[in-house]
Design a protein around this ligand. Structure first.
Ligand SMILES: Cc1cc2nc3c(=O)[nH]c(=O)nc-3n(C[C@H](O)[C@H](O)[C@H](O)COP(=O)(O)OP(=O)(O)OC[C@H]3O[C@@H](n4cnc5c(N)ncnc54)[C@H](O)[C@@H]3O)c2cc1C
Length: 371
């Protein structure tokens, strides 16, 4: 394990995807970077493991070719409820289903190659004006990045906990050893919960259950999705169920003094959007640019801009979660107009403007009224 230095330009707290992406982006701008995480790699986490084409492009801007880590491509998104289904391909490129541990391994290798100082198994217990308290001693740091996840202690220590709105849902993930039956990432809508299914290998799919009920598990929910249950019954379960909280949270500020938050620590959108990784790749690039300029207010502005579209989409998806009647009408309406769904998907991946989206929204509204 790399020993902690006396001082560093940037101390990154947390070595999940956000911490590693920030460390990489900052190293590429010439900063001396130290990263500490209380866990040891490869770090796993409950995640749908789907990366949209815009997420892959954002990773490329950090020099990360995620396709090199393996995984399985998917060509678009399919929505399904009890009565109807609609699907559309991404307008450009494909998404990638990639196991969290494979993503982590690739990012760690890249960070080592880039010269990031990595300290695994090291818990950070506090921050001070001059730096970070890690392993019970002070490491001097000009800048501190809090990449310590949704429950971020750094956010609390820096006094950045105030948020505009906040809601939580619960996700449970399991891998199943079965060949993907679809070229799409599928979202199955049920009453009060969703299943989302990502192909991650030619012989494996990742299944995530998301709901507001922290007691609901995959085995309880599956009978409500007979088609999925039938397909999965042929598979062996390849690992135990792993749970996590997915929060919709927008912070009032993402930096104070020399401390900036990134990734889930800096706020998040509901997991059903599949945008978490894309967001944090984009934030890392923006944060590194702001560090180089010596002005974290630039990061604040970029962070707000980056979050706008996913937050809007998350709001729509959560509305569909809460309003069953509206949801079945919307899916039925879209099933009758697959081109409309394709345009909504293009907006999801940032290839259509919000104005285009609003005109599509009006078209959808009209279609629902005339069904
Ligand atoms: C159920 C579910 C499904 C999801 N599905 C998708 C999906 O399909 N696609 C997608 O793009 N996103 C998805 N997401 C979102 C995505 O998983 C997150 O956005 C992403 O994991 C956030 O990464 P992070 O690095 O910010 O945080 P984390 O991955 O939580 O990493 C934080 C790290 O900080 C470390 N840490 C914490 N405190 C300390 C400390 N005091 N000292 C040292 N280290 C510390 C932890 O050990 C951890 O390794 C999903 C999320 C959930 C919950």
């Amino acid at each position: 394990m790399t020993p902690l230095p006396r001082s560093t330009d940037l101390f990154v707290i947390g070595g999940g995807p956000a911490g590693l992406a920030t460390a990489l982006a900052a190293r590429r701008r010439g900063l001396d970077v130290t990263l500490a995480d209380s866990s040891v790699p490869p770090i796993d986490k409950a995640c749908g493991e789907g990366i949209m084409p815009d997420g892959l492009a954002a990773a490329r801007s950090l020099g990360l070719d995620l396709n090199a880590a393996g995984g399985h491509p998917f060509r678009g998104i399919r929505f399904r409820d009890r009565e109807s289904a609609v699907e559309a391909a991404f307008p450009n490129g494909q998404g990638l289903g990639l196991r969290r541990t494979a993503l982590h391994r690739l990012m760690v290798d890249q960070a080592i190659d880039a010269g990031v100082r990595l300290a695994w198994g090291v818990r950070v217990s506090g921050i001070a004006p001059e730096g970070v308290i890690a392993d019970d001693r002070l490491v001097r740091a000009r800048w501190i990045a809090g990449a310590d996840g949704g429950n971020s202690p750094v956010r609390r220590w820096a006094g950045l906990d105030a948020s505009h709105h906040e809601s939580r849902r619960f996700g449970f993930r399991r891998h199943y050893a079965v060949a993907p039956w679809s070229q799409y990432m599928e979202i199955h809508w049920g009453d009060g919960c969703q299943l989302y299914i990502t192909p991650i290998a030619s012989t494996e799919v990742c299944v995530v259950l998301i709901s507001r009920d922290h007691r609901l598990r995959l085995e309880d929910a599956l009978p409500g999705f007979p088609e999925v249950e039938r397909r999965l019954s042929a598979a062996g379960e390849s690992n135990p169920q792993r749970g996590g909280v997915t929060a919709s949270r927008r912070l009032k500020a993402v930096y104070r003094g020399n401390v900036a938050l990134v990734g889930d620590a800096s706020g998040s959108v509901d997991a059903i959007t599949g945008e978490g990784l894309c967001l944090l790749f984009q934030q890392s690039v923006a944060l590194a640019a702001a560090l180089e300029a010596g002005d974290l207010s630039l990061y604040q502005a970029a962070h707000r801009r980056i979050g706008r579209r996913p937050e809007f989409l998350a709001g729509l998806m959560l509305l569909l979660d809460r309003r069953g009647g509206l949801r079945s009408r919307a899916i039925r309406a879209l099933a009758g107009r697959p081109n409309l769904f394709a345009r909504i998907l293009a907006m999801h991946t940032g290839e259509l403007s919000t104005t285009d989206f609003l005109s599509n929204g009006l078209a959808l509204g009209w279609r629902m009224l005339t069904l």
